[in-house]
Design a protein around this ligand. Sequence first.
Ligand code: ACO
Length: 433
Amino acid sequence: MTKSNTGSFTLTDNQTGKSYDLPVLHASVGPNVVDVRKFYAQTDHFTYDPGFTSTGSCESGLTYIDGDKGILLHRGYRIEDLAANCSFLEVAHLLLNGDLPNKEQKAKFDHDVTYHTMVHEQLSNFYRGFRRDAHPMAILCGVVGALSAFYHDSTDINDEHARMVASFRLIAKMPTLAAMAYKYSIGQPFNYPKNNLGYAENFLHMMFSVPAEEYEMNPVLAKAMDRLFILHADHEQNASTSTVRLAGSSGANPFACIAAGIASLWGPAHGGANEAVLTMLNEIGHKDNIKEYIAKAKDKDDPFRLMGFGHRVYKNYDPRAKVMQESCHEVLEILGVDDPLLELAMELEKIALEDPYFVDRKLFPNVDFYSGIVLKAMGFPTSMFTVLFAVARTTGWVAQWKESIEDPQAKIGRPRQLYTGPTERPFVPLDKR
Ligand code: ACO
């Protein structure tokens, strides 16, 4: 990673007439940043940017999004190329190590992840403490946090080897934990991972096989699952990734940091959107009702939003949504599923993309718009959709966590605020209030 000063901004306080020079740091691609680290010391002012719409929180060499052009790059590679030509674990290697693996590196990386897929047997007791109808994201928050109590030997964040082992463990164990959450909810026995299967295949096996029957792997579905994982692997400094980085900035245990990311991902404005899309499509029910729901989405007094539409960064078609749309058609065709929800989704997309409200605000479908339909066709219950997102995003989270820990300039994250509460006032004893 390199960054160099490429100039400066001059900011003038119009009350005092004093001017301050703020250095500009150079990005390899995309917007440069104005360095405000000394701003408070120089000016006695903070900057104000709730929601971080204009604020860079870190330096990163992992993922770049050009939201206007609809481009997503991981370590410089286009997401469309990675989705078409790589396995999820190759992308994981790319994110963690900076480059795509050669054949030997790939074999070693696949082996290292595969041999961490089992979880401590005692973890199954955790599941039994949950109600059967608990949301699997609630279970995942709990059990991933609990990993910190089981794998002490990989929690020394100052040790490079321990950081890598923790990363492997998280990437490898997440499908096992996710499938266990599902099996628990339907009252079936947990399946152990199988090391002769690939990452996505193994996940499908743990999800859908039962001891009483042979499980027949459908290679097209395994490929679609793997592609879905690739599409969700990393996405810059979004809410959950920033949460992981912020939690990690205090030196916290890596498993606990990822649990924090899972909690952040769960919200419907973020990873929970794929579940919300399907709920929305079911609620709309029929093409004839689309107009009414579009009107609701545009009505500022109505909290309803078109789920799976809009993105903080993309002001163009989300490139992942395009791949997902193709995958959706492919999976439905292979399975011979004629899902009216797909037809409804396509009609909704068409109408929204022609509506001036959505056009003016540059609201396009995001990756979650079609992923729910694919997952439903593959047999996943709606409540598992965000869990699958968490499985895939764990790779991005650990890569970003590692990068932040290894950043020599890293500091504990500690935002400032614009205080608008009461100024100091005399204390009033209880009997006088
Ligand atoms: N439906 C209707 N109107 C919308 C939508 C939507 N889905 N998204 C944004 N808008 C409108 C807003 O009301 C606002 O209108 P205004 O300027 O007239 O006030 C304008 O578009 C800008 O929206 P913001 O909320 O300011 O945009 P922000 O960048 O803060 O939010 C977000 C982005 C949260 C993704 C938003 O578009 C949204 O809620 N979408 C639906 C949920 C969703 O699909 N989330 C998944 C995101 S992708 C992911 O996490 C994988």
